[in-house]
Ligand binder design. Structure first.
Ligand SMILES: [Zn+2]
Length: 67
């Protein structure tokens, strides 16, 4: 494997399958921490939604989060 993704892939909390990046959403920040990661172009917090190919569950994650 020669690919070096910039971000660690998320894994499903239920079955451990590697999640696919499904969509990116924009919403208002809910707290101070999120307000710091507001995208100035989108004027909101970018939320990545990752979908599990195995069980179909969606797992949202803020793009600014390190986890
Ligand atoms: Zn799953």
């Amino acid at each position: 494997m020669n690919d070096t993704p910039a971000r660690k892939p998320m894994r499903c909390a239920h079955d451990g399958a590697k999640l696919n990046h499904h969509a990116t959403l924009i919403r208002d920040p809910l707290n101070r921490e999120e307000a710091d990661s507001v995208d100035p172009v989108a004027d909101g917090v970018l939320i990545e939604v990752h979908a599990c190919p195995k069980c179909g569950r969606g797992h949202p994650r803020t793009t600014g989060a390190s986890t």
